[in-house]
Write a protein that binds this ligand. Structure first.
Ligand code: 13P
Length: 342
C-alpha cells in the first residue's frame, strides 16, 4: 500500500476513536431491525426505518460523542425529509459514515451449530460502490458460541480467514475495516472460560490479519468484553470485567491497532457504560478503548419513540443521554451519580 493511502486510513481510524467519542452501530439487518421494532409494537416498513434512523442522525449535539455511524445497505441509499442523503446528514454534522458489508453468519458445513460469516464474493466491487456513496469505514461480524467444547478450532480458523480477507479488501478500497469477532455471552460459562475463548479467537484473528498483510494502524477491532456467561450463577463485577478484558487484550492485540471499539452484545445500556468506564479508569492503555454500541445506545431511544413521531424529541434526548454517558466512560469519568443527575 502507498504510504499516503495508509496515512489516510490511519487518520480515519484515529478520528473514529477521537477523545470522548465512539461509534453508533445502526446497521441492523432487515431481520434484526424488525425484531427491535416488534419489541415496541411498530411495523418495520421502509419508511419507518428511514424515519427512525433520520431521527437518530439529526440529534443535535450527538457529534460531540459520536464519531461515526455504521449503516445498513438500505440506509446508505436513503434520504432525509429535507432531501439530503442520510450520508450527507451525517457528514454535514462531522460524523463519519460507515457500512456493514458482511452477509450474515451462516451454518458452517461439517460443523454442528457453528457458523461462518459470508459475503466475500463480489466484495471488491461492493466496497467500491460503498466508497462512492460516501462510506469511509466498514464492518464485518463473526460470531462464536461458547459451550463446554465449542468454539472448535475449525470455526475459529475459517472466520479468522474471512475477517482477514475482508479487512485486506477494505484497505485496498480505502475503507477502514472494523474487524468484529464476537464471542457471544449466551450460556452458563464462567468469565475464565470467556477469557480463554476470547484469547484464542483474537490470537487466531491477528495471526491471519498479519498473514494477509493488513496494516494494523489502519484498522479497528470490535470485540466482546470478557464477561461471565449470561446464565452463569456468579456474575463478575465491573472491575473484574475490566481486569480480565485488559489482561486478555494486552496479550494478543498489537499496540499498533489505534482503537478497540467494544460491542454491547446484550448487556444492559448502563452495564455496557459502567464496564467501559471501569476499563478506562485503569488507563492509559496501548490503544484507545471506546464503544461501537447498537442496543446499548439505542434501547432507551426506541422505548421513548414507540413509533410515534410526536415522541421524536424525547427519543433524541434518550439517545443523546446514552451517547454523553459513554463519552464520559471514555475517560473513566462516568459514575452512577452522574447517570442519575443527568
Ligand atoms: P450491539 O452493541 O447491540 O451488540 O451491536 C453492535 C453491533 O454492531 C453488532 O454487530
Amino acid at each position: 500500500m502507498a504510504p499516503a493511502d495508509l496515512r489516510t486510513l490511519a487518520e480515519t481510524a484515529r478520528a473514529l476513536v477521537a477523545p470522548r467519542k465512539g461509534i453508533l452501530a445502526a446497521d441492523e439487518s432487515s431481520g434484526t431491525i424488525k425484531k427491535r421494532f416488534d419489541s415496541i409494537g411498530v411495523e418495520s416498513t421502509e419508511d419507518r426505518r428511514r424515519f427512525y434512523r433520520e431521527m437518530l442522525f439529526t440529534t443535535e449535539g450527538h457529534e460531540e460523542f459520536v464519531s461515526g455511524v455504521i449503516l445498513f445497505d438500505e440506509t446508505i441509499r436513503q434520504s432525509a425529509s429535507d432531501g439530503r442523503t442520510l450520508v450527507q446528514v451525517l457528514t454535514d454534522a462531522g460524523v463519519i459514515p460507515g457500512i456493514k458489508v458482511d452477509k450474515g453468519a451462516k451454518s458452517l458445513a461439517g460443523a454442528t451449530s457453528e457458523t461462518v460469516t459470508e459475503g466475500l464474493d463480489g466484495l471488491r466491487e461492493r466496497l467500491e460502490e460503498y466508497a462512492g456513496l460516501g462510506a469511509r469505514f466498514a464492518k464485518w461480524r463473526a460470531t462464536y458460541t461458547i459451550t463446554h467444547d465449542l468454539p472448535s478450532p475449525y470455526a475459529i480458523e475459517v472466520n479468522a480467514h474471512a475477517l482477514a480477507r475482508y479487512a485486506a479488501l477494505c484497505q485496498e478500497a480505502g475503507l477502514v475495516p472494523i474487524v468484529e469477532p464476537e464471542v457471544l455471552m449466551d450460556g452458563g460459562h464462567t468469565i475464565e472460560r470467556c477469557y480463554d475463548v476470547t484469547r484464542d479467537v483474537l490470537q487466531a484473528t491477528f495471526a491471519e490479519l498479519y498473514r494477509e498483510r493488513v496494516a494494523f494502524e489502519g484498522m479497528l477491532l470490535k470485540p466482546n468484553m470478557v464477561l461471565s456467561g449470561s446464565d452463569c450463577p456468579t456474575q463478575a463485577d465491573h472491575d473484574a470485567v475490566a481486569d480480565a478484558t485488559i489482561s486478555c487484550f494486552r496479550d494478543v492485540v498489537p499496540a499498533a491497532v489505534p482503537g478497540i471499539v467494544f460491542l454491547s452484545g446484550g448487556q444492559t445500556d448502563e452495564t455496557a457504560t459502567a464496564n467501559l468506564n471501569a476499563m478506562n479508569r485503569q488507563g492509559p492503555h496501548p490503544w484507545e478503548l471506546s464503544f461501537s454500541y447498537g442496543r446499548a445506545l439505542q434501547a432507551p431511544a426506541l422505548k421513548a419513540w414507540k413509533g410515534d413521531d410526536a415522541n421524536a424529541a424525547a427519543a433524541q434526548g434518550a439517545y443523546l443521554h446514552r451517547a454523553r454517558m459513554n463519552g464520559l466512560a471514555r475517560t473513566g469519568s462516568w459514575s452512577a451519580d452522574r447517570e442519575k443527575a443527568a
